[in-house]
Design a protein around this ligand. Structure first.
Ligand code: DQA
Length: 150
């Protein structure tokens, strides 16, 4: 197995309201918390020889600046853009700047929810999209990202 130092880290981005997981609509998002997601991603990535830089923010500009700061420093991006999925050209424009593969994750099956959740500004620039697998989707996203960048 490769060691962390051989690879640039994975950037894990979580958008607005995902800091409230665990108490936020558990019937939709389950009982796991953001910390559980970060742990799962870190463990999965470490097994595959990758470190993780994790950012959650409720401020669009902060997420965009985290992407800008990552240029040249990351292998790829795993992102749950949350509501910005459906609204933000600015987030999508930022995500292409580092020129690394992007995997989009949604905890819920957005295609089975309200029509406004059916459109994603991120999907057209993503290497893959995972939705409706709960927080396991983040693990699958890391595994797929690693196969793309190794
Ligand atoms: C979400 C789905 C989005 O529609 C919603 O705005 C979220 C979470 C998901 O993980 O299922 O905040 O991205």
């Amino acid at each position: 197995m490769a060691s962390d130092s051989e690879h640039l880290p994975i950037l894990l981005l979580n958008g607005p309201n995902l800091n409230m997981l665990g108490t936020r609509q558990p019937e939709v998002y389950g009982s796991d918390r953001l910390d559980d997601i970060v742990d799962l991603v870190e463990r999965t990535a470490a097994d595959l020889g990758f470190g993780v830089r994790a950012v959650q923010t409720n401020h669009e500009g902060e997420l965009i600046e985290a992407v800008h700061d990552s240029v040249g420093k990351i292998s790829g991006i795993v992102i749950n853009p949350a509501a910005w999925t459906h609204t933000s050209v600015a987030v999508a424009d930022a995500l292409v700047i580092p020129e690394v593969p992007i995997i989009e994750v949604h905890i819920s099956n957005v295609a089975a929810r309200e029509p406004f959740r059916h459109h994603s500004y991120v999907s057209p620039i993503a290497a893959g999209v995972i939705a409706g697998f709960g927080i396991s989707g983040y693990e699958y996203a890391v595994r797929r990202l690693v196969t793309l960048v190794s």
